[in-house]
Design a protein around this ligand. Sequence first.
Ligand code: KIV
Length: 304
Amino acid sequence: MSAAERAPISLPRLAEMKLNAEPIVMVTAYDFPSAEVAEAAGVDLVLVGDTAAMTVLGHPSTTPVSMDEMLVLARAVRRGLRTPLLIGDLPFGSYELSNEQAIATAMRYVKEAGCEVVKLERGGASVERARAIVRAGIAVMGHVGLTPQTATALGGFKAQGRTADSAVKIAEEALALQAAGCFAIVFEAVPAAISAVLVPKLSVPVIGIGAGPATDGQVLVWHDLLGIYGGHTAKFVKRYAELRPEMVRAVGAYASEVRERSFPGPEHSYSIEPEELDAFRRYLEHESLANAAEFGGDWSATEI
Ligand code: KIV
């Protein structure tokens, strides 16, 4: 089905996909061209993730990115999307303080960037925040397992749910987020066997990243999927392209051609009729620039 024929993804459609066991495809995106590619590729969900802090802004973790920065990225993504559901990721510090803060931040994504829904991380106090945002009329996606905003408290960037106690925590958080009204939940870095047990117990779709094949859908970070990011790559990442070396090669080739003056070539340059050029040369020889307005020749008709 072409992009033009595809209907925009709605929350009932996502629920139907879970019921029908149709895999849900989600990616992150942070700018207009990536959103256009996600649209053309027919993905279902696009997350403007706070991973932008690392992949786009060059921070060592996701925590420094601000809501104002996220909004700039989300607006650009909005302009490139028509059918996928657009999810704004609540950045660290933008929702934890109170339900009011969480609602206000979620509303900014909807009003100022055109996001349809938002995502937040963790169980615990985030369950109350999710419930409050849902009550305010904005649908929420939860996120459990490895939650990068609080990775330090979890003992670092490592898989969660590898002990029975830790798996129970994931189960309780996921069920609590579902009860709070979340329409879907991300499982990050969770053993495949734990997902396989938990996913059928949840009525909302579970989107996995490093959570094995049993989840209702999968999400990958844009720069990981395409091989653009030069930083650490998690075990769960599969690269579907290696664009970074290709980008370095292309920019290097451009630099070489500029330095050896082989770019631009005639095909990249504008021409001028010989008689116009001769007239211009005569002008330079015989007339002063101050008389340019009186000089014959139709400058306005020159196409650029
Ligand atoms: O911010 C992000 O990109 C995410 C995904 C890893 C799900 O939360």
